[in-house]
Design a protein around this ligand. Structure first.
Ligand code: SF4
Length: 440
């Protein structure tokens, strides 16, 4: 059998997509983990920031040298960058044999064949229906403990800075029965944690046999499959986080008490310009509801520094909102203009790079403080931790996460990867908790 090497960039959705691609090509290709052995290399790309695309172009340049040494090696580009730049990429990047957008993976066998015969091979058609729900992903890079299930594709929100609605198309949800079947298979294989994935999971909606399944119902159905298996999700839009969902997460012990609720900015002017369709006040009300129903829940976010027209006052509003919420962690970035988005068409990217950089540094410094504060509150508490692997720092320690998605390090003793253990937290840094196993 021929060998396939997949390199995946960007978000968890891309990781899940690469697993679908591995399944689509499995009758002809076997996944390998040494790129030098590969007959086919696929690069699954991200377009969210310009930096991500520049990195991929650099990588393609390197792969061009590999190709010269190995005649017959084929290289294909998948994902958002393929969709955004389209066939122009084939002219710009000589290492490439073919490209396929996120909804075109079923056509990969044909594209590979066309490229073999020297044809210009690309498919970047977006679909309004494709969910790959009949394909069993091959989880080739797994710890055997945690798995992702893609429950929907695309996005209808059109935040003005974001390329996703253009590169991944309109939102569509997978049939819930196929999701439950996939979750059950994972449980049968011994997985202990399932993360339901989508660009905006809380607008999930499917109708089968007269039953309407929204995201809260889907979470419940997956949680009920096994109390021993944790359920997480990523990611959600504040406009759709309903009381019903919060109550469902609270109701089941195995629904993890962690919500990633991207705010992006703290001032109403910026939120409006970003087309986030909520206000600071609405967002804080949702946070208050989460805290009221689940005081133990940790909340994480995404923040963009230096969006178009952001004033010092807007920036201060972001910092004050961060303090008010007390996020346990955050993904923080400088605004990167993406061609084709509403922001690129309507608003000048007018914040100088050094101002964006300084604001980002202030946001990161504040988050470090908040993460440390949040972790310090956990000292003296005992958490149930799913053992995920050996700690990178020490061979004598394991790492795992608690329900709140915090990484906890503890000495290896009387447990194995995949076990649940109770860990008493004794110390912390902004990034991790450290503790010892205690008997319950
Ligand atoms: S919700 Fe907004 S930021 Fe998230 S994928 Fe959709 S358009 Fe992009």
């Amino acid at each position: 059998m021929k060998k396939l090497f997949i390199e995946t960039y960007g978000c968890q959705m891309n990781v899940a997509d690469s697993e679908v691609v591995a399944a689509i090509l499995s009758s002809e290709y076997q996944i390998c983990d040494d790129i030098k052995e590969a007959d086919l290399i696929l690069i699954n790309t991200c377009s969210v920031r310009d930096h991500a695309e520049q990195r991929i172009r650099k990588r393609l340049n390197e792969l061009g040298f590999l190709k010269k040494k190995k005649p017959g090696l084929q290289i294909g580009l998948l994902g958002c960058m393929a969709e955004r730049v389209k066939e122009k990429l084939l002219h710009e990047e000589s290492a490439l044999d073919f490209i396929a957008g996120p909804d075109a993976y079923r056509s990969l066998p044909t594209l590979i064949q066309e490229a073999t015969f020297g044809k210009t091979a690309f498919n970047v058609m977006l679909s309004t229906e494709e969910t790959y729900d009949d394909i069993d992903p091959i989880r080739y890079d797994t710890n055997g403990i945690s798995a992702f299930i893609s429950i929907m594709r695309g996005c209808n929100n059109f935040c003005t800075y974001c390329v996703v609605p253009y590169t991944r198309g309109r939102e569509r949800s997978r049939n819930s029965k196929t999701i439950i079947n996939e979750a059950q298979q994972l449980i049968n294989q011994g997985y202990k944690e399932i993360t339901l994935l989508g660009q905006n999971v809380n607008s999930y909606h499917s109708e089968e046999d007269g039953e309407i399944v929204n995201f809260a119902k889907l979470m419940e159905k997956v949680a009920l499959l096994s109390p021993q298996v944790r359920v997480r999700f990523a990611t959600s839009h504040p406009k759709d986080i309903s009381d019903e969902l919060i109550e469902t997460i609270a109701k089941y012990d195995n629904c993890c008490k962690y919500i990633h609720l991207p705010v992006q900015a703290g001032s109403n002017t910026m939120l409006k310009r970003m087309n986030r369709v909520y206000t600071r006040e609405y967002y804080l009300e949702r946070i208050a509801t989460i805290r009221r129903i689940m005081p133990e829940c940790s909340i994480a976010t995404d923040i963009i520094a230096g969006f178009c027209g952001e004033t010092e006052e807007d920036h201060q509003a972001t910092l004050s909102l961060m303090r008010e919420v007390g996020y346990s962690s955050a993904y923080m970035f400088k605004y990167s203009e993406r061609e084709g988005t509403m922001a690129a068409k309507r608003f000048p990217d007018d914040i100088p790079d050094e101002v964006k950089g300084r604001r980002l540094e202030e946001i990161i410094a504040l988050q470090q403080e908040l993460s440390l504060e949040s972790n310090q509150k956990d000292i003296g508490k005992t958490f149930e931790v799913l053992v995920e692997g050996a700690s990178k720092r020490s061979n004598n320690e394991y790492f795992g996460r608690n329900s709140q998605n915090k990484v906890i390090i503890f000495p290896k003793e009387d447990c194995h990867i995949g076990d649940y253990v109770n860990v008493l937290v004794q110390s912390c840094s902004p990034a991790t908790l450290k503790g010892i196993i205690v008997k319950s």
